[in-house]
Design a protein around this ligand. Structure first.
Ligand code: HEM
Length: 455
């Protein structure tokens, strides 16, 4: 019998060359953009023993994330490394367990709950504003600060308080350090395919295990305290995880709860912080947009406290956040593994293939985002975004695995800018940092800015 003809997407014939491998390591995003320009919207790279399919067209992205999403699981290198820290949480799972846990947690991120969460966000942002005020008094009215670390601390305090009723004010600095250490370890393991397994007692692995054990103990204490209380009194996500039962009366185990708590801390922390850092940087670069935003905020809010409802009704604020997340999508890489053979754009995708989507690249696709490097909030004003292909803009992914924290993150960004921007001005103190694609896209060597009071 004649073998059916297979059609493979364009890409280098003989696999990735040594030069290309080095380029990919040194400037991953540059490499991806160059490859997309050379090979088009779908390409195949052979890296070592693996075929990697890179998709850079919204139709193809929609196919993987929505139309045929069940066929694209998360058994990828990226997620396996995450699992070292998060276990089998929502971010790493795909099948029945994922569905059960997603259904359980979804109501906690419902619009109705966000009003209450806004309180926690507002208090944490208020404390940051007070710290900035004190810094300015101590430094004679101007201070050079590393904005990214301030945003990381803020995001951690907010996740702790809003989801788990945890006041992390006193420990946020060292906890943030420990979380970052774990993220750095995940990146190290992802980039070093020959690194010894985590159980081998190398100094790096030992340090990782120590930090992970410490954080695990902290989460275990939280779970134990809730179980001891015997009933849900906080009305937060942790109560939901600890006291929920399925139809058979079965609740989640401590390990399952730990995995979800760790997942939410990890997924909801560095992402928001890096998104916020780039927003500050963009506003500093675009004084005209900043002035329009300050005017909008002052007119709408006066000196009052911004509310949850007001936040969604401010077009410039919304435009700045959406356009900022387009240019600097914190989660710059989404990976999947095909479970059964499939076809995309007329090309064959064999079972077991690694499929890679890059929000950073699709957000600059010239057919969908003309002059893509330009910061232009008009792309998101007066409903302009409605004309856009939905899967040309994927800072929060899409389909059933769409980021569960999307409304939470958007509100957090809005409240942070809405509260701090009318009071403080940040300008670049050093040249604008390059983009460093770690777990999220971070400012390399930090984001150093001069802080002053606006008035
Ligand atoms: C600007 C901030 C954020 C960005 C850019 C972001 C981005 C993303 C993306 C792209 C995905 C999809 C991953 C995939 O399909 O493989 C995702 C999933 C997820 N995100 Fe976020 N996220 C942000 C904030 C948050 C927050 C605040 C939380 C929780 C408090 C959170 C929790 C999650 C979880 C649990 C998932 C897995 C969802 C599932 O598969 O069901 N994220 N996020």
């Amino acid at each position: 019998m004649q073998k059916p003809e297979t059609k493979s997407p364009p890409g280098p014939k003989n696999g990735i060359s040594l030069t290309e491998a080095q380029e990919m390591q040194n400037d991953t995003l540059g490499f991806v953009m160059k490859a997309a320009a050379q090979y088009g919207d779908i390409m195949r790279y052979r890296i070592g023993f693996w075929d990697v399919y890179f998709l850079n067209h919204p139709d193809y992205i929609q196919h993987v994330l929505l139309d045929n999403w069940k066929n694209y699981g998360r058994q990828t290198f990226q997620f396996k490394k995450f699992a070292l820290v998060t276990g089998d949480g929502l971010l790493n799972t795909h099948g029945e367990r994922w569905q059960k846990h997603r259904r359980l947690m979804q109501p906690s991120f419902h619009q109705k709950k966000l009003g209450g969460m806004a309180e926690a966000m507002w208090s944490a942002v208020g404390r940051l504003g007070d710290r900035w005020d004190r810094l300015l008094v101590e430094n004679g009215g101007t201070a050079e600060i590393e904005v990214d670390s301030h945003m990381l601390r803020l995001a951690l305090e907010i996740v702790g308080q809003a989801l788990f009723s945890l006041d992390l004010t006193a420990e946020a600095d060292h906890l943030s350090q420990e979380m970052l250490e774990m993220m750095t370890y995940i990146v190290y393991r992802s980039q070093n395919l020959l690194a010894l397994p985590a159980i081998v007692p190398t100094p790096r692995n030992n340090r990782f295990r120590r930090t992970l054990n410490k954080l695990n103990r902290r989460i275990q204490e939280m779970i134990a305290a809730r179980r001891q209380a015997g009933e849900a009194v906080h009305d937060d996500l942790l109560d939901l995880l600890v006291f929920s039962q399925d139809a058979t009366g079965q609740g989640l185990s401590d390990v399952e709860i730990r995995d979800e708590v760790m997942t939410l801390m990890i997924a909801g922390y560095e992402t928001v912080a890096s998104g916020m850092s780039w927003l500050w940087s963009l506003l500093a670069e675009h004084e005209d947009v900043q002035a329009r935003l300050v005017a909008e905020l002052r007119e709408a809010l006066g000196n009052g406290r911004p509310t949850y409802r007001q936040m969604s009704q401010l077009p410039i604020l919304n435009g700045v956040i959406q356009e900022g997340f387009r240019l600097y999508p914190p989660s710059w890489l989404i990976t999947r593994r095909s479970l059964a053979p499939d076809q995309i754009g007329g090309y064959d995708i064999p079972a077991g293939s690694l499929v890679v989507l890059c929000p950073y690249a699709i957000h600059r696709h010239p057919d969908f985002w003309p002059d893509g490097e330009r910061f232009d909030i008009g792309r998101f004003l007066d409903g302009a975004e409605k004309a856009q292909h939905k899967y040309a803009y994927i800072p929060f992914g899409g389909g059933p695995h769409l980021c569960i924290g999307k409304p939470f993150a958007q509100l957090e960004a809005a409240l942070t800018l809405g509260t701090l921007l009318p009071r403080f001005k940040l300008t670049h103190a050093r040249p604008k940092p390059a983009v460093d694609p770690q777990v999220t896209i971070r400012p390399s060597d930090g984001l150093w800015m001069n802080l002053t009071r606006r008035d």
